[in-house]
Design a protein around this ligand. Structure first.
Ligand code: GDD
Ligand code: MN
Length: 403
């Protein structure tokens, strides 16, 4: 090669897009596993897009704060293939400090999907999120970790509790922020009203709360999504001051409010569209049909007595309900193993068995006192008691599974 020959590699000065410490993910599938790795307690996701100037300092601070809490942690940077190569800067820090993972996501973008993608790759029993631009003070992570005792499902960093605030916001910006919150309260009081700062993008959540919760990654406000669709019982809040950006720029300005409105509407309509609810009702319908079919077969064809036939048919419906819900309706939810399955089976058995007993009573009363034909009595009892009992039984036993 002579001196003036052009080396094809120096023509493109960009270093290669492959880095040993960066995990490439395509970021489209988001199942959050119910199981965690006992070696990690807290997995904190840092979504980034063009934060090369901020991410290094932030990771160092977070590492220091989390080390100080004494928790086993991992920091997961989810970078959407930033043109400023944020992922590479993050990988540089990961080479120096333990517990830092860098995911470089291609083929998908967006803040909410990035967070869910990070959680899907996380190993801790507690999942969390913090901005990658330094606007969320790293020290507050220690307060959130401390707030996550056994009974806390979500710990939110809030600007609107004593000690919290915004550093330097104009009156108009404050008004817009508060207006958005008021609108949310109006449309979704049960969700938005649970926290003082529903717009916060800085919080921790127990893995069980979101595992299999059908989080809709279209939503931009990920906390709303968690509160609306997760099984959240107890929320803790800790104050924080939203700092000014020193480097880079905000990505979520334009279309922000329209997106937020759409998100609120989606959550408002969500119970009607929930896949779990549809399956839930279908299983009940199938169980009823099976119940009736078994009854007709043993009572009509085999000539067994009325009470015994109705009892066996009811039991068949119960077992079918349990099996279908476990294998289909709520498949993929945090089941916590075989013991949990047995516990559920017993629970459904007790709840539905009691109501089945009521059904047998109704059948006998109808036949003996009202002189109804046995088939008619069976149908009346089936229609009157069984649907409600199936729904109730499932509701009690798969408690916490939102439909
Ligand atoms: N991976 C990824 N993909 N990250 C993104 C994307 C994206 O498409 N868009 C933004 N981010 C990252 C940014 O790099 C930053 O780390 C963080 O998400 C927040 O984005 P900003 O653009 O800085 O948002 P903001 O400061 O206007 O809003 C923040 O404050 C709100 C409080 O009102 C966010 O934290 C919101 O979540 C929060 O609700
Ligand atoms: Mn920001």
């Amino acid at each position: 090669m002579t001196d003036d020959a052009v080396d094809p590699h120096t023509e493109h000065p960009d270093p290669p897009l492959i880095h040993p410490l960066v995990q490439e993910v395509d970021g489209r599938a988001f199942p959050i596993d119910g199981r965690s790795d006992p070696a990690v307690q807290v997995s904190l996701v840092v979504p980034t897009f063009n934060e090369a100037a901020n991410i290094g300092q932030l990771l160092r601070s977070l590492h220091e704060v989390l080390t100080g809490t004494g928790t086993a942690f991992e920091l997961i940077v989810v970078d959407d293939d930033s043109p400023d190569r944020t992922w590479e800067v993050a990988a540089g820090v990961a080479a120096e400090l333990p517990g830092i993972r860098v995911l470089r996501r291609t083929g998908a973008s967006g803040l909410a999907t990035a967070v869910i993608c990070g959680w899907a790759h996380a190993r801790g029993a507690v999942l969390g999120v913090i901005d990658g631009d330094g606007q969320h003070p790293p020290a507050v992570v220690a307060d959130l970790v401390a707030a996550m005792d056994e009974r806390t499902d979500v710990a939110v960093a809030s600007r609107h509790v004593p000690g919290g605030g915004v550093s330097n916001w104009s009156a108009i910006r404050r008004l817009l922020s508060r207006g958005a919150q008021a609108l949310g309260l109006l449309l979704l009081p049960g969700t938005v009203g649970r926290v003082t700062d529903p717009m916060s993008g800085f919080f921790l959540v127990r893995r069980d709360v979101v595992a299999g919760a059908d989080l809709d990654p279209v939503g931009y406000k990920i906390l709303l999504e968690v509160l609306a669709r997760g099984d959240v019982r107890r929320v803790a809040e800790r104050p924080y001051v939203f700092l000014e950006r020193t480097e880079g720029e905000s990505k979520v300005a334009a279309g922000h409010y329209v997106g937020y409105l759409r998100h609120l509407m989606r959550l408002r309509l969500h119970p009607l569209r929930s896949r779990a609810l549809v399956r839930y009702l279908l299983v009940t319908a199938v169980a009823l049909v099976a119940d009736a079919a078994v009854f007709l077969w043993i009572f009509d064809q085999q000539g067994w007595n009325l009470t015994r036939s109705a009892a066996i048919a009811g039991e068949a419906g119960i077992l079918l309900t349990v099996a279908l819900h476990d294998l289909w309706t709520f498949a993929g939810r945090a089941t916590r193993g075989a013991l949990d399955r047995i516990r559920r089976l017993l629970g459904v058995q007790i709840a539905l068995g009691t109501l089945l007993f009521g059904r047998l009573l109704v059948i006998n009363v109808l036949v003996n006192w009202f002189h109804l034909g046995p088939l008619a009595a069976f149908c009346v009892a089936l229609a009157a008691i069984t649907p409600a009992s199936h729904l109730l039984g499932s509701r009690l036993t798969w408690r916490g599974v939102r439909t």
